[in-house]
Design a protein around this ligand. Structure first.
Ligand code: SAM
Ligand code: SF4
Length: 326
């Protein structure tokens, strides 16, 4: 078991397969000229599997593949097949563009739940946010997943003046559509020009939904990062990921492995531990994992606090979201 100094057991690993992406979402990857990490510096397939096996031997029960866009990696299918053999719940967060190309492999690997990012239900706004004209491809891939009985969660980062006016549209969508929409509070990362007035809080999101609907809270599972709700008569449901205004650090069980093999003990951690170099030098990796997690800060990487109005994004030392793996 991998435990931190506050007694939190860590059994959930998020692995970034790449910092490359076929989208250009400004809140994640601000600069069009961003240089992707060269392939030689990324974890190779056998290195990913080896590290994942080590984590699993230490009690990890769930692995999420993310990125960048995990499915743009050429050997994504083969990595997924390899990880699918481990005794873990394997899940993915994706922008949804490539699902139709890889669906048989996803099913064969036993993947039962996929998070698809979709910040708007409007094709023109989708282009504005992602700089790519593939709204209909993503929508049809969500359909495809549902047809194959894969549970779909929709990640929607809510930003004031951009898509906050669509909160009710997303809720209306869930009336006959069996997905969970997860409204995510906009978070500050290196270079994403975050300011508190662009952020829509848990309280504001719930107040917006309650204008038109009866909202019932759903009992949280241990380690849930999302506060879940249902609306009577709706096939789908919704949740809010309130990292900024109501974080869930007390029960955190998450570790993050970046595509270049660095372990981050928190999304907002300042430091990181280089597991890939140690693996390539035949060093013992386990003590590095243990000491990294032991040194995890109590809350939000020790860099943020719940008074989000006073957060100065420029003073945070971190990577951009695309290089961490959200
Ligand atoms: N490319 C995949 C995707 O878009 O789902 C996986 C990687 S992406 C970094 C993972 C999630 O992080 C997405 O749902 C994205 O919307 C979210 N995200 C990125 N930047 C964010 C930010 N600044 N605040 C909140 N969520 C963010
Ligand atoms: Fe790419 Fe996902 Fe980041 Fe958008 S949110 S730029 S799709 S990694």
């Amino acid at each position: 078991m991998i435990i931190d100094s506050f007694g939190r057991a860590h059994d959930y690993l998020r692995i970034s397969l790449t910092d490359n992406c076929n989208f250009r979402c400004f809140y994640c990857m601000p600069d069009e000229e961003y240089d992707f990490t060269p392939a030689s510096r990324l974890m190779q397939k056998d290195e990913i599997i080896k590290l994942a096996e080590l984590f699993v031997s230490q009690g990890v029960k769930k692995i999420r593949l993310t990125g960048g866009e995990p499915l743009v990696r050429k050997d994504a299918a083969s990595i997924i097949s390899g990880l699918g053999k481990l005794p873990v719940e394997l899940v993915i967060t994706t922008n949804g563009t490539r699902i139709h190309e890889i669906l048989p492999e996803l099913i064969a690997a036993g993947i039962k739940s996929i998070n698809v990012s979709l910040d708007t239900l409007q094709a023109d706004k989708f282009f504005l946010i992602t700089r790519r004209d593939v709204f209909h491809q993503v929508r049809s891939n969500i359909e495809l997943l549902l047809q194959h009985k894969i549970y779909v969660k929709i990640n929607m980062v809510v930003m004031k003046g951009l898509n906050d006016s669509e909160i009710s549209d997303f809720i209306a969508w869930t009336k006959h559509y069996p997905v969970q929409v997860r409204f995510i509070e906009f978070m500050p990362f290196s270079g994403n020009k975050w300011t508190s007035n662009k952020m829509c809080s848990l309280e504001e999101i719930i107040a917006t939904v309650e204008k038109n609907y009866e909202v019932l809270p759903v009992k949280a599972e241990p380690h849930d990062t999302a506060k879940s709700f249902m609306i009577p008569g709706h096939e789908g449901s919704f949740a809010v990921i309130s990292t900024m205004t109501a974080p869930f650090c007390d029960t955190c069980n998450r570790m993050r492995l970046t595509a270049d093999g660095k372990l981050k003990n928190c999304l907002f951690s300042e430091g990181e531990t280089d597991l890939l170099s140690a693996l390539r030098n035949n060093e013992d990796v386990l003590p590095l994992i243990q000491s990294s997690i032991w040194s995890k800060k109590k809350e939000l990487g020790g860099q943020l606090n719940k008074n989000f109005e006073h957060v100065d994004a420029s003073s945070i030392t971190n990577r951009s979201m695309i290089t961490i793996g959200g």
